[in-house]
Design a protein around this ligand. Structure first.
Ligand SMILES: [Zn+2]
Length: 317
């Protein structure tokens, strides 16, 4: 009962804030003053793009913090307040922010609200049998696709704040050069793994873009959203796959519980084989701010180094 009352209370507060900010921002949508451009984003990877492209002109705040799963994220009252006072809101789209749909739709009535994936050619996106007509949202694992997101952010900022478009364009150019280098680094690291060992098993099914771009077979215990349940049959199926293929390492994720993955490890052992947890990958959230993994480039580098280290023979290190 207490929980129900608490939920009603939170809902009422959110509605009040919505009404308040809805009215407040209506008179001057998108007005840019000499102050910095206020941008609010959902996931850290988008926050990082805006930081790199916006530079000193933009004050960007990310809603979903390090280690937090965006599939489950519900905006807080503070988030609603931040969203309501933003000039621009960027989010991933493709149903990644599943629980934020209503609030983002409401905000889009008064504030420029952009799903960063909307300019990407649909033929480059991956569909999934689990969710008919929905695309896999985890495209940041293909660096060349993520570069299109950088271009989208560059174009939106340049159009909205045309006086500073030269700055946004040169910042984006510099960042895109770094991403080309990152893409090449991943390709060179993948080459170190013999092709028959290029199998990536993780807690949830988020590496399909990585698999397609860098020629890895991928398998997740959970579906493309962590909101699906893991059953005993899923654990047994994955354990059989790992044992049959002789896979030496599987990977935990920073934003998903590793409990089910430990169960897979035990199930593989029961079949007379051994598999190690090869490390924890950053998947739907980056590392803590101030650490190398707290940036998109650092996170992707950390992941590929961890994968390669765990999958290749010690003699090849
Ligand atoms: Zn995910």
């Amino acid at each position: 009962m207490y929980k129900i009352m608490q939920r009603i209370y939170i809902s009422v507060c959110l509605i009040c804030l919505l009404v308040w900010f809805g009215c407040d921002s209506k008179g001057q949508p998108g007005a840019v003053t000499d102050d910095k451009l206020r941008v609010v984003t959902t996931i850290g990877m988008i926050t990082d793009v805006v930081k790199n492209v916006g530079g000193t002109r933009v004050e960007v705040t990310g809603m979903v913090e390090a280690g937090v799963d965006p599939h489950f994220y519900n905006p807080t009252a503070k988030d609603v307040q931040m969203l309501g006072s933003a000039h621009i809101i960027f989010y991933n789209g493709l149903h990644l922010e599943a629980k934020m749909g209503d609030i983002l739709a409401k905000m889009s009535e008064d504030i420029l609200t952009i799903p960063v994936t909307d300019a990407i050619d649909r033929s480059l996106l991956i569909t999934h049998s689990e969710y008919e007509e929905l695309y896999d949202p985890h495209l940041w694992f293909d660096v060349s696709l993520w570069m299109q997101v950088v271009e989208k952010v560059r174009d939106v900022l340049s159009e909205f704040d045309a006086d500073n478009s030269v700055l946004y364009r040169s910042n984006a150019e510099r960042y895109l050069t770094k991403l080309v280098e990152l893409d090449e680094y991943i390709k060179s690291q993948v080459e170190r793994v013999p092709s028959e060992q290029r199998v990536l098993v993780t807690a949830h099914d988020c590496f399909h873009y990585f698999g397609m771009a860098y020629r890895f077979e991928v398998r997740g215990l959970q579906g493309i959203s962590t909101t699906t349940e893991v059953g005993i049959a899923d654990i047994q199926d994955l354990a059989t796959f790992i044992a049959e293929r002789g896979i030496s390492a599987i990977f935990a994720e920073s934003s998903v519980s590793s409990r089910s993955l430990e169960a897979v490890k035990t199930a593989v052992k029961a079949k007379g084989f051994g598999v190690e947890i090869g490390g924890q990958l950053f998947t739907d959230a980056m590392g803590n701010e101030g650490t190398p993994e707290g940036t998109y480039i650092g996170m992707i580098r950390y992941n590929i180094d961890t994968i390669v280290y765990a999958l290749i023979e010690e003699s090849e290190l």
